[in-house]
Design a protein around this ligand. Structure first.
Ligand code: EPU
Length: 346
């Protein structure tokens, strides 16, 4: 392992924020992670664990050690007549893993295609897109406790998944490192795929139609999702961003009723119960406040998807955060809703 000093993190976060790590090291195996944890007890320095850097906003230099988990490996643990249990290491690229599963004929992850980042981050914020959340297919998550160096396997229920949420963002924040994740995916023949695919979210069906697909396979769904994402979301390789900057707010039924009265066109996400709390697209709220396409220096609001804040080149983390606060204040003033930041602000 190489411990480098004064390392620029610019190329290691998809927002493209300039920030310097006092020390930087890459851990490629579980035993390297353990070695680093032991070393940590000797040096008493703050540690920041990074994966693909696709859900983080760096607002300052980091005066400790940045550890990047780069372990690789995909292993089939168990196969039944209907399912496959596949374990993948935290350092795997998320979309390459999805592609591997689709090519192997394992269903469940295709709607989560083209999400940037590394696999180990997926359970932390319970990534979700196009009607699927990763919790739907996670069997278990293997972690290591930072303080004790002990390993533990969390079952799906123990991960306490919620909307863009898990125990790893709350009680266990900064206390564990995710080593690998085991997924339970469905083995299906191409002829059976139509019945289990999730096609009801947004533009998936119309995209499949545009692709001239009548009986879709998991590979078709992946292609449709990739096309939609490429059209709507900025490619971090071209414009710095970390995906949705805020969560979609969930409001109580009282506020929902008064919002519907004042803004009859307000969209809501369909909920299981027709009464009770409802989820509202933050993109709509931000759009209504006139922010779509806004730009102040190199900090901006994306032209196609106002939930995504962008760095056109040399914006700082503080400038993005300042813009986020202005957006949040205006949404609060107009709709009485406080937006919650979804990315990890460091
Ligand atoms: N909308 C507008 N104006 C716009 C764009 C959207 O008013 O310019 C409204 C429309 O009503 C639209 C609604 O916002 O129907 C929802 O937009 P979209 O389908 O793009 O989804 P989203 O709720 O904004 C969520 C996830 C995305 C995920 C998409 C697709 C969160 C925080 N974000 O966005 O996830 O890709 O659904 O499933 O839940 C991410 O987490 O980084 C991310 C990109």
């Amino acid at each position: 392992m190489h411990l480098d000093q004064k390392v620029s993190l610019k190329a290691l976060n998809t927002f493209g924020m300039e920030a310097e790590a006092r020390y930087f090291v890459e851990a490629k195996t579980h035993s390297e992670v353990l070695t680093l944890l032991n070393y940590r007890h000797m040096i008493h320095m703050p540690i920041l664990f990074m994966g693909g850097g696709s859900n983080v906003l760096l607002t300052r230099d980091f005066s400790g050690i940045v550890i990047r988990i780069s372990s690789k490996g995909i292993t089939v643990k168990e196969e039944t007549a209907t399912h496959v249990f596949v374990t993948a290491e935290a350092g795997e690229n998320w979309d390459e893993f999805v592609q591997h599963c689709v090519a192997s004929g394992w269903a469940g992850l295709e709607n989560l295609s083209l999400i940037p980042g590394r696999l180990g981050a997926a359970p932390i914020q319970n990534i979700g897109a196009y009607g699927v959340e990763v919790r739907d297919v996670i069997d278990s998550v293997q972690i290591i406790e930072i303080d004790s160096g002990k390993q533990k396997r969390f079952t799906n229920a123990e991960c306490q998944f919620g909307y863009r949420d898990s125990i790893f963002k709350r009680a266990l924040k900064g206390k564990v490192i995710i080593l690998n994740v085991t997924f339970k995916l469905l083995k299906i023949s191409p002829s059976d795929q139509g019945s289990i695919l999730k096609l009801d979210y947004g533009d998936i069906r119309s995209e499949l139609q545009a692709l001239n697909v009548t009986v879709p396979t998991i590979a078709d769904v992946r292609e449709a999702v990739c096309n939609i994402r490429r059209r709507k979301l900025p490619d971090p390789a071209e414009i710095g961003n970390a995906g949705s900057f805020f969560k979609n707010p969930v409001v109580n039924s009282e506020l929902a009723t008064s919002l519907r009265h004042n803004f009859p066109e307000i969209p809501v996400y369909p909920q299981a119960a027709s009464t009770g709390p409802v989820k509202i697209p933050a993109a709509w709220l931000i759009d209504q406040c006139g922010w779509k396409g806004y730009r102040d220096g190199d900090a901006g609001v994306h032209v196609n998807q106002p939930l995504v804040l962008v760095n056109y080149g040399s914006a700082t983390g503080r400038q993005i955060l300042d813009l986020a606060n202005r957006i949040s204040d205006s949404v609060h003033q107009k709709f009485g809703i406080r937006l919650e930041i979804e990315v990890n602000v460091v």
